[in-house]
Design a protein around this ligand. Structure first.
Ligand SMILES: [Zn+2]
Length: 74
């Protein structure tokens, strides 16, 4: 399972949660204050896993992320 990073809007605490792919923030409770107002952060780990699952080095097939930004997605 991927590890997601969240930030609590109530107390500002940052924490990580193991979730199934496709799970959303409604299932997450802040371990600091018990609040449900949490925001999912971008995870470099999750991005790396997603990128490595394709046939090429990047989802768009380009050799690097900078090449992807030049219209690689079609
Ligand atoms: Zn909190």
């Amino acid at each position: 399972m991927p590890l997601y990073e969240y930030t609590c809007r109530g107390c500002g605490r940052r924490f990580e949660v193991l979730q199934r792919v496709g799970a959303d923030a409604r299932d997450v409770v802040c371990p600091g204050c018990g609040g449900h107002e949490v925001a999912k952060q971008h995870s470099t780990f999750a991005s790396a896993v997603a990128g490595s699952s394709g046939s090429g080095p990047m989802p768009c097939g380009a050799p690097s992320a900078s090449s992807c930004s030049s219209g690689g997605f079609s």
